[in-house]
Design a protein around this ligand. Structure first.
Ligand code: ZN
Ligand code: ZN
Length: 166
């Protein structure tokens, strides 16, 4: 699931994610604990689409001790704080950076679970046009194309070739 991101992060004078999260927690009367700091550093190290279990496994592999409960609760808080975006895929919920990252949409391969990002001006134009029609002020949208990626299509259409590779 760790696809290289084709979109470059938005460079701006905004605060680093960890500072933004600290502020968010302070308003709620909560503290930025050490496990939470470890978690947010790890998450904002690279842009990818991940689910909670992958993150737990990833942290474990990196030798970082963060409990599963902390991971789940912190992910929810990061979404509320506007740092992460929830991505409802067909069979699971994934997360990705929202803060400091340009808005984009996704293609999801239901065979290999690969997530591909794309940016299309027409999607945004359509959002505005539909919103206008309904007197609606749009703040966001979800657009997910599900299907089969080229690699899986090839493997599917020629099972013999797949056997040749083994
Ligand atoms: Zn695929
Ligand atoms: Zn994405």
């Amino acid at each position: 699931m760790a696809d290289p991101a084709p979109l470059s992060p938005v460079r701006s004078a905004e605060q680093p994610p960890v500072e933004k999260f600290r502020e968010f927690l302070e308003i709620r009367g909560e503290k930025l604990t050490e496990p939470r700091r470890v978690l947010i550093r790890h998450i904002f190290d690279s842009h990818k689409h991940f689910d909670a279990d992958e993150l737990v496994a990833d942290l474990h592999e990196a030798g970082r001790r963060v409990s599963r409960a902390t991971v789940y609760r912190t992910l929810r808080l990061l979404v509320e704080a506007g740092l992460l975006r929830e991505l409802r895929l067909t069979n699971r919920t994934a997360y990705e950076h929202d803060y400091g990252y340009p808005s984009h949409d996704h293609l999801h391969c239901t065979e290999c679970n690969k997530v591909i990002e794309f940016n299309n001006e027409e999607v945004r134009r359509l959002r505005e046009a539909v919103s206008l029609q309904h007197g609606f002020r749009a703040s966001g949208h979800r657009f997910l194309i599900t299907g089969v990626c080229p690699a899986c299509s090839r493997a599917r259409s020629s099972p013999r070739r797949r056997l040749d590779l083994i």
